[in-house]
Design a protein around this ligand. Sequence first.
Ligand code: IDP
Ligand code: MG
Length: 139
Amino acid sequence: MATNRTFTMLKPDSIENGNIGNILNMITEAGFAIKAMKYTQLSEEQAKAFYEVHAERPFYGELVEYMTSGPIVAAILEKENAVSDFRTLIGATDPAEAAEGTIRAKYAESKGRNAVHGSDSDENAQIEGEFHFAATELF
Ligand code: IDP
Ligand code: MG
């Protein structure tokens, strides 16, 4: 069942490049409400588990190394049609292919260091949100 929620992470490149405020502003300007948020750093174990679905892909090692290289901002967002609208707001995985005005077109460095994560389904939004937040951290 659709929950109107999605899960995001501002990835280490966004923090390194000083873009936390800019990206959060784009997210709230687009109509998403922040239901939960934390500034944290993933352990290798957490990053491996979070990206388990990509374990067989050639970039998995690189992805885990990058996602643990510095702090991230994790958040649960709420809006009608959240998963799909957020994927539209962030743009394609590769910033070279991301539509103009999207978060990745503006702030991503490369296909790997691509500024933000966005859940790809309501089911994964729920799983990913629960991976990072306890029920008491959701407002
Ligand atoms: P998505 O984040 O747009 O949903 P996925 O295909 O689910 O893209 O890949 C997860 C993450 O893995 C990407 O956001 C990116 O950080 C990384 N990634 C995907 N493809 C590549 C690649 O070809 N090289 C390096 N990293 C990649
Ligand atoms: Mg994905």
